[in-house]
Design a protein around this ligand. Structure first.
Ligand code: ASP
Length: 302
């Protein structure tokens, strides 16, 4: 347990100071992590993905490959987690087999605190239920820092609007914390049924009329797998009132989306080739940011 005090984790945006956030994102762009050959003697990274993932899982794999770390991918399907093994027991066994750090995605909101308290090594949150997705918010911030040519004044002055299924979005909750940390003004837009409790910290509206005032508009996926009852019933009204097409943004505005996209639901399919879309840039930045982040958590805190 004592060891745990000196280990860095990334379970929440709360694990970072404001200057650590900026340093991490700036260095991902300005001093991209060097390509290193795999060192088989180094502890490997355990990538434990208990919910579906494409971008997050692949970018962590690419990040490990880039900085010379072996990785092992553990999915719930086909492993003993399907037989009822707890995540904690899985981690203890991965540690015994040479894993020194853990990137975990779980369906349990807040479920990573227990993993962190095990003291087995750094824990990185790759998405916990409807809790947080800190590395997505950090890679989004890196994408924006690139957009404003590393000018922190311009970054903090950006007007960012997030619309869609806020209630079930761990990305949006991490963004809420990030925006408060950096003093960035966030405007949230969603139907009332998708308004989360933490929206009180920001401007919130049940219409998308504020979209025209934003520099950057972030669309969120409608997370049908997490909805029932009244939350699911508003999907059709949301599509009619919020779905964003190319004509809805001005020339200077930029579009982001953490993916995966429900084309025709939150976005019209005409966005694919539009130069105002930063969506593939976000995927590209994910590898750089996650490689830097792995280096950061693997450094011992003094
Ligand atoms: N990929 C993001 C997440 O895992 C967003 C989403 O699934 O809609 O939270």
């Amino acid at each position: 347990m004592l060891e745990n005090r000196f280990v860095r984790h990334c379970v929440s945006i709360d694990d970072f100071t404001e200057s650590e956030v900026l340093e991490l994102c700036r260095s991902a762009l300005k001093k991209p992590p060097a390509f290193r050959p795999i060192d088989p003697a180094k502890p490997a990274v355990g990538l434990v993905f208990l919910e579906p993932s494409t971008r997050t899982a692949v970018s962590f794999i690419r990040a490990c490959q880039r900085i010379g770390l072996n990785h092992v991918l553990v999915l719930s399907k086909g492993t003993s987690i399907e037989k009822g093994e707890t995540v904690e027991d899985t981690l203890r066994n991965l540690k015994a087999m040479g894993m020194g750090s853990f990137v975990i995605r779980t369906q349990v909101t807040g479920g990573l605190q227990g993993c962190r308290d095990l003291g087995l090594g750094p824990v990185v949150n790759a998405g916990d239920g409807v809790g947080e997705h800190p590395t997505q918010a950090l890679l989004d911030l890196t994408t924006l820092l690139d957009l404003v040519h590393w000018d922190e004044g311009r970054l903090r002055a950006l007007k960012i609007g997030i619309y869609g299924d806020l209630r079930h979005s761990r990305v949006a909750q991490s963004w809420s914390k990030l925006a408060r940390k950096l003093g960035i003004r966030l405007t949230l837009m969603s139907p009332e049924e998708w308004r989360p409790a933490w929206a009180v910290d920001h401007d919130w509206s049940d219409s998308r009329s504020a979209i025209k005032d934003q520099d950057v508009v972030m669309a969120l996926r409608v997370q049908r797998e997490r909805m029932d009852g009244p939350a699911a019933a508003v999907t059709e009204a949301f599509v009619n009132n919020f779905r964003l097409g190319r004509r809805d943004l001005a020339e200077h505005q930029r579009l982001m989306h953490p993916g995966p996209i429900n084309w025709g639901v939150e976005l019209e399919p005409d966005w694919l080739e539009d130069p105002r879309s930063l969506i593939l840039k976000q995927a590209e930045m994910g590898v750089l940011l996650r490689a830097k982040l792995l280096e950061w958590v693997l450094e011992t805190k003094s």
